[in-house]
Design a protein. Structure first.
Length: 147
């Protein structure tokens, strides 16, 4: 009779470093995009409606949950991608594109389809989101290679 051994994977120091780097970068990027791209577009498009694109503690508290989910999921996705495919620049761009199209493409298409924002948002916000993920994936790849 064979003995089954339990394997407990550990999270490497490199992964934690990538998570920390992405935490800083993505939070800066998300706040900048909201304040200087998304919020002005929404305020212009929905002029006259109250409660559109608020700039308050509740909004940022909810956004901190979104950012946490985004940062943990993209870092884990990139780390697994690089574990399977290598961590070169081409793989970083492929991983970033796959993640950005899936997450941000779906969210902005859904928002536009429900009439909550115009499709112009999709064409403006998605490239910014892709650039954010391309930088995050490139940083994660560099840390992956070094660890």
């Amino acid at each position: 009779m064979s003995k089954i051994t339990e394997h407990r994977p550990t999270i490497s120091r490199g992964f934690w470093l990538a998570l920390a780097a992405n935490f800083v970068w993505i939070n800066i990027s998300e706040v900048w995009r909201y304040l200087y791209v998304v919020r002005p577009m929404l305020l212009e498009e929905k002029a006259g409606l109250s409660g559109i694109a608020p700039f308050d503690l509740t909004t940022f508290a909810i956004w901190s949950v979104w950012d946490t989910l985004l940062i943990v999921s993209c870092t884990a996705f990139f780390w697994m991608w690089f574990s399977l495919r290598g961590a070169g620049l081409q793989q970083a761009m492929l991983a970033a594109t796959s993640y950005a199209v899936t997450i941000f493409g779906l969210i902005w298409i859904g928002i536009a389809n429900m009439g909550l924002a115009s499709f112009q948002f999709f064409w403006v916000a998605t490239p910014f989101a892709w650039a954010e993920m391309a930088i995050a994936a490139t940083m994660t790849a560099a840390i992956f290679r070094a660890s």
